[in-house]
Design a protein around this ligand. Structure first.
Ligand SMILES: Cc1cc2nc3c(=O)[nH]c(=O)nc-3n(C[C@H](O)[C@H](O)[C@H](O)COP(=O)(O)OP(=O)(O)OC[C@H]3O[C@@H](n4cnc5c(N)ncnc54)[C@H](O)[C@@H]3O)c2cc1C
Length: 555
């Protein structure tokens, strides 16, 4: 049985809903089987695909399916949301609607508070069960889930949830995490059984976007299941060969990296399918360098879940430092200085060309490679002394791939507040010399520096005034001088962080290690060993109290 409800258009959604409800009563009395007609609601969240979708498969096997996506106003009004992300999600929803249509299902899209929407649906049509993937989201989605869980229990509506990555809910022991990840990644992707019945009710459709701040970033990636598959294939069959050598420099990274992060963040691609496709590509290729690159790439997919597990296990880290003692470093500036610096950092006006070029690229495209994200965060926290929550919120808004579970642990790691990681303070000029020695990237993103020659472009404030005039880049007129002196800011930061680290309580640090640190890898032995030797290893976490000498690691 396909849709039995008549679709009657009415100017207000409330009205459409009411009209549909009446029609539904008529048709329901016609068939007279209430249990069979009750809805099996598939709540799509950050899993906007049909392939390898446990919740959709289970609902299809159970009865009449109502695929549902809710633009929750509170989610899109939050300080980490941006118009670009909403546009990307809408593109994913368009593709999802089309894939569901091929299965004989109709995607229902509503702008509504999720709890009151589900209440209304239940009141009018009866919900037999709710199906979804577990979400490791921000506090807003966590609160929504908590409310809905309570309501489902009160109404005796089963809410079936499945993990969609390697994140383990209510993880008891971190030591078993890695083997669980591997088990999940090896499972056969879930196939969707034939759909016996779908539902079609009035809904808002895809024309309308939620009320959300910000701009649509002109150079951003586009959403959708088909686009995700195409990006994956292009990466695994062609671009991956330059992965390791190209991922650090912002010049090469946009091509060398997979660029799959927004598709993973919104679930247009299943992580398990990606891991399996990467392993298949490795088996199909004899060349050692190709395999090594795929191996490195797969280790990142592992980090994806390793980081998300941190927020899943301890949601407070979205707002509070892992090690509470670092909170005192968050409020040292006057409000006016903080606002001036934050504004300059966000709008690519710090006076350090590589930092500003990275921010300009991020603001316009929604993406940046890992090392440059880390440098932006390190600059904000150590050199400018901005509270990580504020600078991290700007990055969250700008990242098309914003994934709370990766983002907040990374923000804290690059701000030195975890208590278990080595301190990494990036020197903006040294980074520029290493990653963009001729200033090509800098010139691409900072128009004021386009005419400045190689010898001055990475430190334009050192240029004699006559040359500034000659090259059309007068400091503090066309481009700012650095907000602070790097060397003294680094020294001061080292001293302040060092003071807190000296006084860290071993029991608290041990607790953080037990809960969050990665354990010796059995699945990525080579990668893990080589990375612990690298100064730039982004995930190295000591398994004992980090030695104080690590404080001298400056980049
Ligand atoms: C301050 C900061 C904030 C970050 N916020 C996010 C975020 O909100 N969302 C996000 O997806 N990534 C985030 N990252 C991690 C990383 O920078 C991005 O995943 C990566 O740059 C995305 O590009 P890609 O898909 O081409 O990566 P690839 O190098 O091709 O990696 C493939 C996938 O592996 C995962 N991955 C890669 N590097 C990491 C890492 N260091 N930690 C965890 N997972 C990783 C991602 O899912 C990525 O899509 C953040 C890093 C920093 C330093």
């Amino acid at each position: 049985m396909q849709a039995t409800t008549m679709w009657i258009w009415s100017p207000s959604w409330q009205g459409r809903f009411a009209v549909a409800a009446r029609c539904w009563t008529i048709s329901r009395s016609g068939c007279g089987n209430m249990a069979a007609d009750a809805l099996h609601v598939v709540w799509f969240k950050r899993d906007l695909r049909v392939a390898d979708h446990a919740a959709l498969a289970a609902a299809c096997a159970a009865g009449k399916v109502l695929p549902l996506f809710i633009w929750a106003p509170q989610v899109w009004a939050a300080e980490d949301a941006n118009l670009s992300q909403a546009m990307f999600v809408r593109e994913c929803l368009q593709a999802l609607a089309s894939s569901l249509h091929d299965l004989g299902l109709h995607l229902h899209v509503y702008h509504h508070d999720p709890l009151s929407l589900l209440k209304r649906l239940h009141e009018k049509f009866r919900i037999a069960a709710l199906y979804s993937h577990e979400e490791t989201g921000n506090d807003v989605t966590f609160q929504i889930d908590t409310q809905i869980q309570r309501w489902c229990m009160a109404q005796s509506i089963p809410w079936h949830e499945w993990p969609q990555h390697g994140v383990v809910r209510r993880l008891a022991d971190r030591r078993r995490w890695q083997s669980q990840w591997e088990l999940r990644m090896q499972q056969t992707p879930i196939a969707i059984p034939p759909v016996s019945a779908g539902e079609r009710l009035p809904h808002h459709g895809l024309d309308r976007l939620p009320v959300v701040a910000g701009i649509d970033q002109a150079g951003r990636q586009h959403g959708g299941i088909g686009v995700a598959d195409a990006v994956m294939t292009d990466f695994l069959q062609r671009r991956v060969q330059r992965y390791q050598s190209g991922l650090s420099s912002p010049l090469t990274a946009p091509q060398a990296c997979s660029r799959l992060s927004p598709y993973l963040a919104w679930g247009a691609l299943s992580l398990r399918s990606l891991v399996q496709a990467s392993r298949a590509a490795s088996q199909a290729n004899e060349a050692m360098h190709w395999r090594r690159n795929l191996h490195r790439f797969e280790s990142r997919l592992h980090w994806h879940c390793h980081f998300m597990q941190k927020l899943e296990s301890e949601p407070r880290i979205e707002f509070e430092s892992f090690y509470p003692g670092f909170e005192q470093l968050q409020h040292r500036l006057t409000d006016a200085t903080r606002m001036t610096r934050l504004q300059a950092w966000q709008s690519a006006q710090t006076g350090w060309p590589l930092v500003d070029a990275c921010m300009a690229m991020l603001n316009q495209t929604g993406w940046l490679n890992f090392r440059m994200r880390a440098m932006l965060m390190s600059t904000a926290s150590y050199l400018l002394r901005l509270p990580w929550r504020q600078s991290g919120s700007h990055l969250a808004r700008m990242f098309l791939d914003y994934e709370p579970g990766i983002h907040w642990p990374q923000v804290q790691m690059q701000s030195g507040t975890t208590g278990i990681n080595a301190l990494r303070i990036y020197h903006p000029v040294k980074q520029a010399l290493a990653q963009d020695p001729l200033g090509q990237f800098v010139r691409q993103w900072i128009p004021a520096l386009r005419q400045v020659p190689d010898s001055w472009v990475l430190e334009p404030w050192r240029m004699p005034h006559a040359l500034q005039l000659h090259y059309g880049c007068v400091i503090d007129r066309d481009y700012p001088s650095p907000l602070v002196d790097v060397v003294s800011a680094m020294q001061a930061a080292k001293q302040d962080w060092f003071e807190i680290r000296k006084q860290m309580q071993t029991a608290v640090v041990q607790d953080i290690l037990q809960r969050h640190a990665s354990r010796q890898s059995r699945h990525f032995p080579k990668v893990a060993r080589s990375h612990t030797r690298r100064k730039s290893a982004p995930t190295s976490e000591a398994t004992a109290l980090p030695p104080v000498t690590q404080l001298s690691l400056l980049f």
